[in-house]
Design a binder for this molecule. Structure first.
Ligand SMILES: Cc1cc2nc3c(=O)[nH]c(=O)nc-3n(C[C@H](O)[C@H](O)[C@H](O)COP(=O)(O)OP(=O)(O)OC[C@H]3O[C@@H](n4cnc5c(N)ncnc54)[C@H](O)[C@@H]3O)c2cc1C
Length: 512
């Protein structure tokens, strides 16, 4: 190792930003020499809010997470708009697209994920170098957001391919800002892979009432293009044409592993790293965020026996970034015990639709038939009011929530998620949960989950106890709690919960 140690970070997304943030004191002290290389023209920003930029609700500067000039003033080298082409593990250096090289003692790969480009006639099928025609975007970065913005601004026709959460969130936001929006998707209703029939039908009708047109059960086969090659419509296999000014591809993401793969490092869904976040077989290379798959080589490791594919969510990436930066700092200070292990928190996946005017949440096993006689203690409670756009399904086993669907009932949904994650037994009168959204419920009706360990902000992994503690020391607004704890700095879906906790502490309405 050289002194100061040379740390090179490839990728400058939100996870790299968090890593650099935590490592900043070591840069300032001169204990390490940091180089950050990002292929985007912008320094890191909160990618979760890219659709909000696309519909004009916020600006690129408001979602910035890093300041390249500030980092440079601390002595870090920041290369923007520059991709890393290859890793030369033998010489321990990276080769940039412009031919330059940067040597490293430790290399951190934070290369994230890329959108899946579906096979459609008229789209470039090269997944590594997708060249999308005019009028087609994948809504992953700020350049994509600018393309969407231009169409939303002139209230154009936006066609969204994919009925998953991100597609629906973009659809609702664009429709609310005045665009004409059509969502084209496979299933009978959106979120078909996750939600049950009743919830899906209520969700579909709520989407329609908010101005989103749905083309369900559709299989897209190709693009219709103008003479100049720009998108004019999406052709379906039954011959139908969905016309539009812009096609937004929302068909999932795939970890960017090619750099690691090209260097001979083992990859599965993501770049394989052990419980030190170190790549298998190379002690100088690490991976974090959407590109990283934490799976150690031990066949008997209980943490690595199930599905270890990257979640594509920001929460685990931020945790990894903090953990790795702290472990680097400890190494540099000679304080590392060498015994710490990064283990992915075992929070079950929860799908949350974050949109103005429509809340939906789905988690766990939701397909159980409410009318069947279950012999394993399974019971199903259902509530549906399709005219009002509200639906709730609670699947319990011996009273413990195994799965939930909640549409149009934000407070019941939030409460059910807390109960689901804590494994608590539901109250025998399930309707008490539904009443949280009733007209008589007060703005700060107490949650039955008061466990300080309950996670309120899933993005930043902040517990109820930490938010209460922030309120105790004087934070009286969501912004103050965010600044103090980082709660609410990701997708923002927990802002209402943070506000409620502050209100419960101060017993008066909290400001934003
Ligand atoms: C519209 C949208 C909404 C989302 N909503 C949510 C949400 O509600 N909740 C949630 O948890 N997550 C959400 N996500 C996912 C979240 O944004 C990602 O989990 C997060 O961005 C991962 O961060 P990352 O830094 O690991 O990777 P990325 O954000 O993908 O950043 C990786 C960076 O590395 C760069 N790079 C790649 N290869 C190279 C190379 N060879 N050389 C140099 N640079 C390179 C890329 O250009 C990119 O800038 C959303 C994503 C999108 C697009």
């Amino acid at each position: 190792m050289s002194f100061p140690e040379r740390v090179v970070v490839v990728g400058f997304g939100p996870v790299a930003a968090r890593f650099i943030d935590v490592l900043e004191p070591s840069v300032v002290s001169g204990a390490l020499q940091l180089t950050v290389i990002g292929s985007e023209a912008d320094a890191a920003y909160n990618r979760v809010l890219v659709a909000d930029v696309g519909v004009g609700r916020t600006s690129p500067s408001a979602i910035g997470l890093s300041d390249a000039d500030h980092l440079a003033s601390l002595g870090a080298e920041v290369l923007l708009g520059t991709g890393v082409r290859r890793i030369d593990r033998a010489r321990r250096q990276v080769l940039l697209e412009d031919g330059a090289v940067r040597p490293y003692d430790r290399l951190v790969l934070a290369t994230g994920a890329r959108p899946v480009i579906p096979y459609l006639a008229g789209l470039n099928p090269d997944p590594l170098h997708p060249t999308l025609p005019d009028g087609v975007t994948a809504l992953r970065d700020l350049a994509d957001a600018r393309v969407l913005r231009a169409v939303v601004e002139r209230r154009g026709d936006v066609v969204i391919l994919g009925g998953g959460i991100l597609g629906l969130e973009a659809a609702l936001a664009a429709a609310e800002e005045g665009a004409r929006v059509t969502v084209v998707h496979h299933g009978d209703y959106p979120l078909a892979r996750n939600i049950d029939d009743g919830g899906g039908l209520v969700l579909a009708s709520a989407l329609r009432s908010l101005g989103v047109r749905l083309v369900s059960g559709a299989k897209a086969v190709g693009l219709e293009q103008s003479g100049g090659g720009a998108f004019t419509g999406l052709r379906l296999d039954d011959g139908r044409l969905v016309s539009g000014d812009l096609l937004v591809l929302s068909c999932g993401v795939r970890p960017r592993v090619e750099l690691a793969e090209g260097a001979g490092l083992p990859v599965s869904s993501g770049i394989l790293v052990d419980h030190s976040l170190r790549a298998h077989h190379d002690e100088h290379i690490y991976a974090i965020g959407d590109c990283a798959e934490v799976r150690c080589a031990s066949p008997s490791c209980g943490n690595c026996s199930g599905n270890t594919a990257p979640s594509g969510l920001i929460g685990p990436g931020w945790k990894q970034a903090e953990w790795l930066a702290e472990s680097f700092a400890a190494d540099l200070a000679g304080a590392s015990s060498g015994a710490q292990r990064y283990v992915e928190a075992a929070l079950p996946p929860v799908l949350m639709l974050k949109a103005r005017g429509l809340d939906a949440v789905v988690a766990g096993e939701v397909s159980a038939d409410p009318w069947a006689a279950h012999e394993d203690g399974t019971a199903v409670a259902l509530w549906a009011d399709p005219q009002q756009g509200s639906y709730a399904k609670m699947v319990t086993r011996n009273g413990v929530l195994q799965g939930l669907v909640c549409v149009g009932m934000p407070r019941a949904g939030a409460e059910l998620v807390l109960l689901f994650e804590s494994g608590a037994v539901l109250p025998p009168d399930r309707s008490s949960l539904l009443r949280l959204d009733g007209a008589e419920a007060s703005a700060s009706s107490a949650s039955s989950v008061t466990d300080p360990a309950a996670v309120v902000c899933r993005c930043a992994g902040v517990s109820r106890g930490s938010i209460e503690q922030a309120a105790v020391v004087g934070c009286s607004s969501v912004a103050e709690v965010s600044a103090s704890t980082r709660a609410g700095t990701g997708c923002g879906g927990c802002h209402a919960d943070i506000r409620t906790i502050i209100e419960q502490h101060f017993q008066q309405p909290a400001s934003v």
